[in-house]
Design a protein around this ligand. Structure first.
Ligand code: ATP
Ligand code: MG
Length: 407
């Protein structure tokens, strides 16, 4: 008999401390798991107060486990065998499992629970019978009640019997969406996807805002931003991607402002527009990938000049990290290889050789008086295009093709 896992039991993380919000948290997590596992069409997900259940329905366990390991809000999970409620079947199952996983010197115990009280053996008898079955095939194994190497958990429920022994650590964090919504300013670079990942970890539901300046920026740059967003869906499900038309603004700045202030003004416009989109879409904060001192433009003075256009909180998850620390995370979350693809985004193309490292708010404001700031912002916001990015690339490609055909 070869045993295959039928179900995975999911243990919730920090959310268990959240009192009356508990059901809201659990429902969010269930929805996120469903989104992430939508790449496996036969998998079904349910959730009750104490645990989540992922029913494999014949789907391979290993890849599903890999997906589950990434989802924020999961403390740990256990793969489970579902078996017939028959003592002979259960004995055979524990023997098969133990001969498969036993290594010299390991200790074990059987912990049985009988929810179905009509079952012929009670939990103590089950422990003895199944423990005895293990000794039949592994006569040298030691039983140990405290911290055994293998803890065979057996549960007799109304509908079936369940056995599990493995516990896999989850990603921790909070389920995405339980902390409210934030707008992630997503370029094609290394830092902003990492910033997005860190915000997701603390339960922020992100929407990706990407500024594109065709024809100066290529479809490749846009695809890169899409692909980066897709990488972020594996931590908590689908993400709305908002493309902002930025060409008019960049041309206007280039024409009306001195070279040294191009960067500052560009960023001030991005901030204003992101904030406007946030307001319409009920976001609470803005998230970006600014990192202090990383490039000449990322000084505290510069941050102040850019931030002056809004009072909305701006979260900068990577602000104090070294570049190498950020790259480590980018590699871990598999965004690094995409980020280093050579498609220039709007900022690189319009970037001055020597941006001002200590821009003055007053000067920025003076240059902006030469432009119709409100009109430019309004037109950009009116021209946004929103797409939902899902974990499944194929599906997304089909959607993209469809859109292309329509245009
Ligand atoms: P990244 O690696 O995220 O591109 P960076 O080190 O290149 O960051 P900057 O180019 O100074 O830094 O950009 C700072 C932040 O501004 C980015 O992390 C991002 O949040 C935002 N940003 C820059 N360009 C864009 C863009 N085209 N669309 C959306 N946000 C952007
Ligand atoms: Mg960049």
């Amino acid at each position: 008999m070869t045993l295959t896992y039928s179900e995975i039991m999911v243990r919730y993380g920090e959310l268990s401390t959240k009192g009356k919000n508990r059901m809201r948290f659990i429902n969010k997590l269930k929805h996120n798991i469903q989104d992430v596992l939508s790449i496996y069409p036969d998998v079904k997900v349910t959730a009750d107060r104490d645990r989540g259940h992922v029913f494999l329905n014949g789907t391979d366990y290993a890849p599903v486990a890999e997906s589950l390991k990434q989802i924020f809000g999961i403390q740990a999970f256990n793969p489970v065998y579902r078996l017939e409620k028959d003592v002979t079947v259960l004995k055979k199952a524990v023997q098969d499992i133990m001969t498969d996983i036993y290594q010299e010197g390991m200790t074990f115990k059987v912990s049985s629970k009988r929810a179905d009280h009509s079952f012929e053996l009670d939990s103590r008898e089950l422990n003895q019978t199944l423990g005895g079955a293990v000794f039949e095939v592994l006569p040298n194994i030691q039983a140990q009640m405290k911290k055994p190497d293998i803890n065979l958990k057996v549960e007799i429920r109304d509908e079936a019997a369940y056995i599990s022994y493995e516990e896999i650590k989850g990603a921790g964090g909070l389920p995405v969406g339980t902390s409210g919504k934030g707008m992630l300013m997503l370029s094609g670079g290394i830092d902003s996807p990492v910033a997005g990942f860190l915000a997701l970890k603390r339960g922020v539901d992100i929407e990706a805002v990407h500024f594109a300046s065709p024809p100066y920026t290529s479809p490749g740059a846009l695809k890169k931003a899409h692909d980066l967003t897709r990488k972020l869906t594996k931590f908590g499900g689908n993400i709305q991607f908002i493309e902002v038309p930025f060409t008019e603004i960049q041309e206007e700045i280039k024409e009306k402002a001195p070279e040294a202030y191009l960067m500052t003004l560009t960023r001030r416009f991005m901030m204003r527009i992101t904030d406007r989109i946030r307001e319409v879409r009920n976001g609470l904060v803005i998230i970006n990938g600014e990192s202090l001192g990383q490039v000449a433009s990322q000084t505290l003075e510069s941050m102040q000049a850019i931030n002056a256009v809004t009072t909305t909180p701006v979260i900068r998850p990577v602000v104090t990290m070294d570049k190498l620390e950020i790259i480590d995370i980018a590699q871990e979350i598999d965004t690094f290889e995409i980020s280093i693809q050579p498609f220039e985004d709007c900022c690189t193309i319009f970037a001055p050789d020597r941006p001002k490292t200590n821009p003055k708010i007053k000067n920025a404001e003076q240059y902006e008086r030469r432009m119709d700031v409100e009109g430019l912002v309004e037109r950009a916001v009116a021209g946004i295009m929103v797409t939902e990015i899902t974990p499944v690339e194929e599906k997304q490609d089909q959607v993209d093709d469809l859109i292309d055909d329509l245009l």
